[in-house]
Design a protein around this ligand. Sequence first.
Ligand code: SAH
Length: 387
Amino acid sequence: MKSTFKSIYLKPKKERAVLNRHPWVFSGAVGKLDAGLKIGDPVVVRDHAGNFLAVGHWRGADGLVCRLVCFDQDRVVDDAFFVQRFFDAKKLRTGLGLPSAQTTGYRLLNGEGDGLPGLVCDLYETTACIRSSNPGLLPVIPKLCDFLASHCACRDIYFDNSDEKVSSWLIGGEHRCEFLENGLRFLADISDGQKTGHFLDQRYNRSLVGEFSSGRTVLDAFSYSGGFSVYALRGEAKRVMSVDISANAVELCRINVRNNGFAGGNDAEVADCFDYLRQIKKGDYDLIILDPPAFAKTTHAVPQAARGYKDINLNAMKAVRKGGFLFTFSCSQHVDTDLFKKIIFAAAKDSGRDVNIIAELSQGFDHPVSVYCPQSHYLKGMGLYVR
Ligand code: SAH
């Protein structure tokens, strides 16, 4: 089977990342390729001398040209290979106790972290939302749908082909669906919302913030559908302000707060958080959450993203009440933990406040990180105590 795949040959001394099992090949590493290679084709990646290195899928000639799925010459990469990865991923979630009576929304497939580069699948009770940026995995989507129906009791399946910017319901279809997260009710907006409808990666961090909220005045900046807000309200926050630039997000936030019976304690506003954070007064809030979108979508965007992160963190640090808390996040895969810490350091220094790190946070356990692909650790967070 593998012998029928075409090959790409890396330039001399460009094989190290692949030998280290990193699943991405960039155009600069590629020396030559077999004629007739088409986007999405499976390929064997070889060193310049023709020795086998890995099997992956061709994405086209620019940038990230190939995503790798197998580093073992003796494994056959066919449908059964991918179905096995679905079972492996499901086994991890079962081991994590997901789903449970309290939590029915979780990530089943997390791309590189589950050996399925570029493929994500989130489950909300009986609704699945699949997102793919790997054309090579398109042929296995029907197998994934069978798996979801047979082993995860899915009845509705949405597919977002983010590579080609097309998305549609493959089976069934309700654009909003309800699910539970740690006993709280949420609506995921599958077809009109952001990402797969809900940011499941913050589940554990939301629980933590809930525990810090009692009696506090909380600002949930970049709130989307109010994930952090609802937990803070359950944690008996005195008042919670949710701010997002998207009217659809703020509407969802109001619904989620109301559905959990907390409408009395919440204000939700459509605003630009850069402006909002600049105009709040010192002492307005005891606890601030900053969970912005990925400011750096490419490595070129990192310097500007760093300025954006510094700006919001500086203003939040200046404003939070003495003895208050700041929970701050970055979900840019191009901003690593070291850089994020440097940004927080620079903001703290300029704010003139005394800042201590009390927690280092990451994405939820159902978003596993491949040790071979540090970029799959995309969500970094810190809990800060500000005096
Ligand atoms: N904290 C959320 C996830 C936030 S995702 C949760 O727990 O679910 C990032 C959010 O930032 C998105 O909802 C997006 O609409 C919003 N956003 C992007 N730019 C913004 C800006 N300049 N001001 C306010 N919100 C912004």
